[in-house]
Every structure is written in C-alpha cells, then in structure tokens.
Ligand binder design. Structure first.
Ligand code: UTP
Length: 287
C-alpha cells in the first residue's frame, strides 16, 4: 500500500529551558550528537520512512534551523575550491533531503499550539510529528513503524518505549490494552505518574502519527501553566478510543535531558568507526 503520510511537523520553537544558557541563541534542536544536529537525525528518519515534506514550526530567533536546511552556494563553492569533495557531498545532501517549509509560532505557547500552526499546510491529511528530544536508532525508521500501525487502524498512533519504573515520573505514560504483541489501544495518557501508582512503564516519546481531528482537540484544550500541551489534546482523542500506541523497536536516546544528551553523544561516538578508539580511550581515562 502506498504510504499516505508524506508530511512531518517538527516544532522547534520551544524555550529549551533545560539547556539554558546554551539555548539562549541556539535552539536545542541544533545541538550536535557528535557532528550532526539532533534535528537532522529526525529529518533523515522521516525521509527514510517515505516522508517528503518537513514543516518546521519556528520563531524569529531560530534562524539556524532554516540556515542548516537551506542551500548555501557560497559555502559549497568554498569547499569545492578547497577540493573537500567528501564534505561538499555531506553539505549538499542536507538541503536535498526533503522539501522544507517554515511556519511561525510567535510566542512559545506550548507544543499543542506549535502543532496548530501547521494546520494550514497539513489540512485534512494524517501527518507525523517529531520532537527533537528523542533520537531513535533502528533498522526500520521509528516513524515508519508507526505509519504501519496507522495503515492498520487509521487512527493516531503514539511511539512508546518501556522505561524503568523509577523513571515513569519523568514522562507521559500510556494506559491501555494490548491488541497485539507491541500495539495497544491507549485509554489514557498519564502525565508523570507516581511510580507506585503508574498504569504502565510505557513512556510516550517524541514520535506521533496524528489524524487531522487533533486540530479541533487542540483548539479546545485549556492552557496549563500558560501553555497548550499536545499531550492534553491527544488525551482527548484517547477518550474517544481513537489512539493506538506502539512499543518501538530500536535504541532510544532521550536527548531532552542533559544527562541523556551527553549519553547519546558518547554512545553514538562509540558506534562510529572514526570515533570509537578515541572515545574508548577517554572512557578508560575517566574510570
Ligand atoms: P518540550 O517541552 O520538550 O520543549 O517540547 P521545550 O519547552 O523547548 O524544552 P524544555 O522542556 O523547556 O527544556 C517539545 C518540542 O516542542 C517544541 C520544542 O521546541 C520541542 O522540540 N515546542 C514546545 C514548540 O515549538 N513551541 C512551544 O511553545 C513549546
């Protein structure tokens, strides 16, 4: 069956409070894991799953995201003159990855509000949403795994990863019933539950397939601490039995926290042939 999900929304207009002061001038989505910004990992994942249009929800201070995905002919010419052809290919492939569109969120009024900014482009198609908090390394792209579930049920689908019980209070946790080995019908999304009373250990990570009825739910969602959370609007869809969750296959890097981000850098470097030895030596030194 032809892949119907062609558009991805990547909101990059948040405060990034957990990474201040770094995020004063540079968005957290542009932080590098080794030598590539987190947001490029997401775009590559989207493209590998057949998505051809990426809509960034951005703001006036986040020029670097647009610069990264735009063609820079002067820079390309410079690399050519310097005969750095390998680097030239690397730089060229970025803007060729997909069609990039930008919509503006003037004020960081929450992840739900950010996704709402993309409604005019998405219109009445299902679409993917990525948060730059999460990188998933997998054989089949994580978003592609969710697209397969969407193709089965034609509902919104959440990407889930099992976390230790002691960490459930850091995430939105899915409550629901398994309908197959890794898929569950999500009844409720419980925000940061107490480990003692958590409904499960399945954390919702930054990968979603959303059906266009999410927009009317976002429009009705009340603000919490001045923000409209996407999770609250999704919860509303859950109440109507319209959301499935899928336990993703692959390795999840939680780059939304400082420790998780540093760990992602170390682990990814250890997997890179050009970095492995140096990284192992550093880790030996630190022991
Ligand atoms: P987060 O809640 O993880 O991002 O939102 P944040 O608010 O920037 O970060 P912290 O928690 O303060 O450290 C998930 C995604 O939604 C975007 C963020 O940029 C992030 O990629 N977002 C969030 C927006 O685009 N606009 C918003 O108003 C809020």
């Amino acid at each position: 069956m032809a892949n119907k999900i062609k558009k991805a929304v990547i909101p990059v207009a948040g405060f990034g409070t957990r990474f201040l002061p770094e995020t004063k001038a540079i968005p957290k989505e542009m932080l590098p894991v080794v030598d590539k910004p987190v947001v490029q990992y997401l775009v590559e994942e989207a493209v590998a799953a057949g998505i051809d249009t990426v809509i960034f929800v951005t703001n006036k201070n986040k020029h670097s995201v647009q610069s990264h995905f735009s063609r820079d002919r002067d820079f390309e010419a410079m690399l050519k003159r310097a005969k750095k052809f390998e680097l030239l290919d690397k730089v060229k492939e970025i803007h060729n990855l997909a069609d990039f569109l930008y919509v503006c969120q003037d004020e960081p009024l929450g992840s739900g509000d950010a996704v709402m900014r993309a409604q005019g482009i998405v219109q009445d198609e299902p679409f993917a949403v990525f948060y730059a908090d999460d990188i998933v390394e997998s054989v089949k792209p994580a978003i592609g795994q969710l697209i397969e579930v969407y193709d089965n049920y034609r509902t919104s689908v959440l990407g889930l990863f099992k976390v230790p019980k002691s960490e459930v209070n850091l995430y939105g946790i899915a409550d629901g019933e398994y309908v197959s080995e890794r898929t569950l019908l999500v009844r409720d999304l419980v925000e940061k539950p107490d480990p003692k009373s958590t409904p499960s250990q399945l954390a919702s990570v930054g990968r979603f397939i959303l059906t266009p009825d999410i927009f009317s739910k976002i429009a009705k969602t009340k603000k919490t601490k001045g923000e409209v959370y996407l999770a609250d609007a999704i919860d509303d869809l859950c109440n109507e039995g319209k959301v499935y969750g899928y336990e993703l296959e692959g390795k999840w890097y939680d780059c939304g926290s400082k420790a998780g981000f540093l760990r992602a850098n170390i682990e990814v470097a250890l997997k890179r042939t050009d970095m492995k030895k140096d990284m192992q030596n550093i880790l030996k030194d630190l022991r």
